[in-house]
Ligand binder design. Sequence first.
Ligand SMILES: CCCCCCCCCCC/C=C/C(=O)SCCNC(=O)CCNC(=O)[C@H](O)C(C)(C)COP(=O)(O)OP(=O)(O)OC[C@H]1O[C@@H](n2cnc3c(N)ncnc32)[C@H](O)[C@@H]1OP(=O)(O)O
Ligand SMILES: NC(=O)C1=CN([C@@H]2O[C@H](COP(=O)(O)OP(=O)(O)OC[C@H]3O[C@@H](n4cnc5c(N)ncnc54)[C@H](OP(=O)(O)O)[C@@H]3O)[C@@H](O)[C@H]2O)C=CC1
Length: 331
Amino acid sequence: MNILWAYYVTCKYHVVAYNSIFKKDLFKDEVVLVTGGGTGIGRCIAHEMASLGATVVIAARKLDQLTAVAEEIRKLGGKCDTMQINIRDAAKALELIENIVAKHGKLTCLVNNAGGQFMSPASMLSTKGFATVVDLNLNGTFNMCKAAFDGYMGEHGGSIVNIVAECRNGFPRMVHTGAARSGIINMTKTLAVEWGPFNGIRVNCVAPGTIVSSGMKNYPDNVVDMIAGNDWLSPTGRFGTESEIAASVVFLLSPAAAYINGVNLAVDGGSSLSKGFPEGQDLAFNPEGSLMPAYVGWPEGKDNVHNLKHVDAPQKINDLLNKYKKKKSKL
Ligand SMILES: CCCCCCCCCCC/C=C/C(=O)SCCNC(=O)CCNC(=O)[C@H](O)C(C)(C)COP(=O)(O)OP(=O)(O)OC[C@H]1O[C@@H](n2cnc3c(N)ncnc32)[C@H](O)[C@@H]1OP(=O)(O)O
Ligand SMILES: NC(=O)C1=CN([C@@H]2O[C@H](COP(=O)(O)OP(=O)(O)OC[C@H]3O[C@@H](n4cnc5c(N)ncnc54)[C@H](OP(=O)(O)O)[C@@H]3O)[C@@H](O)[C@H]2O)C=CC1
């Protein structure tokens, strides 16, 4: 009876049902660094990896956000540490890796998720504005890769996933980030080839399409309105979820992807293959909404005993997510 009671309490208060396709201890020997892990997609990746047994270190500039996410993860029974970093600072990036190795003994996985940009037509963009976004995304990601290599992975191996943005056909209104992310995709291929022989380091990219994420808080109302009104302009008829990005990152870090190196995995519902619909909206694949259920692996519903908020996005973006969630995924 006591055993049954202990099992019930454990299930109810500690184990939250992530809809993960992987075994719960898959990453139990791994130490993973997620940059930008205090918000949005990074927070979701951190939760997902912790739920699979990894020791997760989340790092960014704002300590308060990191602390809040670390507390969420610990409440759920996961292991999470926080460290401050500005990825634009190469010397601090190396210090960060050295601190992680000193404290946790290793660094086996790195997710370069920190990044961002603002919307501006190229004609109105200043040289400094362009350089700022390239510095943050391209140089910042290189700083972190190089620090991980020098501080641990060069000697011991490891796996890196760089979050970029889908930019196959250029990136109108975001020329800076399109250029920076294309640079990261090419850099990833080079590092995969150069660093593969160093104990099998793998380096891959995930390229999100438009994702219903907390990151949308960074955009002004008119941009949010524009984004919220255009989710039907994709073969899946919707935007993606944070969990759909996290799931692809987990896969690329896992042994299931052991022979995948140097790829850029677009997670965009096929939108990069579509040219939009210049002929008119009658060509929308499904104007009524998506037929493709969204994957939302985040703990919600009756299992969300700690009442964690899923996505802290502007209302119109949250409305989209709620609409997508009504179509239930089988996973
Ligand atoms: C099929 C569907 C159709 C729908 C289409 C949807 C398309 C949307 C796709 C969205 C995809 C991407 C989403 C995301 O990435 S989510 C959000 C992620 N987070 C962020 O983006 C972070 C937000 N941005 C920032 O934090 C900052 O802007 C940034 C870090 C990038 C720069 O900050 P920093 O403090 O370093 O820079 P400064 O403020 O000092 O500025 C430096 C120069 O840049 C100029 N600048 C800055 N902001 C703007 C702006 N909004 N417009 C124009 N120029 C800007 C600034 O003026 C400085 O230059 P000057 O000194 O020359 O003026
Ligand atoms: N949402 C979307 O539709 C898409 C997102 N992406 C990319 O995915 C990634 C995550 O986006 P999302 O979660 O939506 O947005 P967020 O804005 O929530 O995430 C960005 C994170 O990066 C961190 N960050 C920014 N600058 C730095 C820096 N200099 N040093 C360290 N950390 C930094 C921020 O933390 P802090 O401010 O505390 O430093 C924040 O946690 C970003 O690279 C984004 O551009 C790509 C395509 C589409």
